[in-house]
Design a protein around this ligand. Structure first.
Ligand code: ATP
Ligand code: MG
Length: 277
């Protein structure tokens, strides 16, 4: 579903991504961890066509993003879930979900907001998946933050995408609501065979919900493995601010991560406090 090879991206003289390699399969839920500024959002934005990489290979949902492509074509394959859900508050919940269909319906229909019965049925099905079918006709502004994020997920599902990219989807939610939202996202995408890349700052959520975890440090992939493999040494490599540690972790002799010292509570707090930023 996603194939990335030697992907590089700079902003002026700021080299943000230093040759990323990554594959994500259909139905796989990949959590991306890393310190603030590691390049997580930049990588997601490349996958969604919002950033143009400098070089490398980038194929998402069958589309070669290094070649010219239309946004409409991309929207048919790739959906995004944002931290601040980007919903239209004055519209009903169902209408917000239906905006996920705008890439699929014709231009005139989308201007007139004319949706087929099948689109409405699909929107309601997607709301059902996130446990909000009973809210379909309510104004979105009447929902809680967690419910709004579930509407954001339903909207992404309504796009019937092959890939969902989620950038800190639970950053502004309390822990209980955050876990619920992640559970809905994970279960729906697993059942629908959608590949997910989800940026998070919470290591415990990554371990609980990720089929796989990737760790980014200073624009380099320093960990790629199962949640059970995410030990103290791996966390130390991901959350290290030491360039040498990140380099060592990506050297050929350390295919997954390099132990660079004990993982201690101070680093754990670093990860947690970064999540609150
Ligand atoms: N539009 C932009 N223009 C210039 N520099 C940018 C832009 N977006 C990001 N950067 C820079 O790229 C680097 C990586 O930023 P990015 O937002 O990808 O980090 P992140 O891992 O998502 O961090 P966070 O956890 O805080 O969201 C930072 O140095 C940032 O300043
Ligand atoms: Mg970010």
């Amino acid at each position: 579903m996603i194939t990335i090879r030697n992907l590089r991206k700079s902003y002026g003289s700021n080299h943000v991504l230093h040759g990323i390699d990554m594959d994500v399969k259909a139905g796989e839920f990949v959590v991306m961890l890393g310190l603030s500024g590691a390049g997580k959002s930049t990588l997601l934005r490349c996958m969604n066509g919002l950033n143009q990489p400098d070089s490398g290979t980038l194929q998402v949902g069958g589309i070669d993003l290094m070649q010219t492509h239309s946004r409409r074509e991309l929207a048919r394959h790739v959906a995004m879930v944002f931290q601040h859900h980007n919903l239209v508050h004055r519209l009903s919940v169902r209408k917000n979900v239906l905006t996920g269909r705008l890439g699929q319906v014709g231009t005139l229909a989308s201007v007139l907001q004319f949706f087929k019965h099948s689109d409405i049925a699909l929107a309601d099905q997607c709301l059902e998946r996130v446990g909000l079918a009973h809210k379909a006709l309510e104004r979105t502004e009447a929902l809680s933050g967690g419910q709004m994020q579930r509407v954001g997920i339903a909207r992404a599902l309504a796009q019937q995408p092959q890939v969902i990219l989620a950038d800190e989807p639970v950053a502004s939610l309390d822990p209980k609501t955050a876990r619920r939202v992640l559970q809905y996202l994970r279960d729906a995408t697993r059942e629908m065979g959608i590949a997910v890349v989800c940026n998070l700052h919470q290591v415990d959520y990554a371990k609980e919900f990720g089929d796989r975890i990737v760790g980014l440090s200073q624009g380099r992939m320093v960990f790629d493995g199962a949640p059970a493999q995410l030990d103290d040494a791996a966390l130390n490599a991901i959350y290290s601010t030491d360039t040498q540690a990140a380099d060592a972790a990506t050297s050929p002799s350390h295919s997954v991560h390099a132990p660079t010292g004990p993982w201690h509570a101070g680093s754990a707090q670093l990860a947690t406090s970064a999540g609150a930023m």
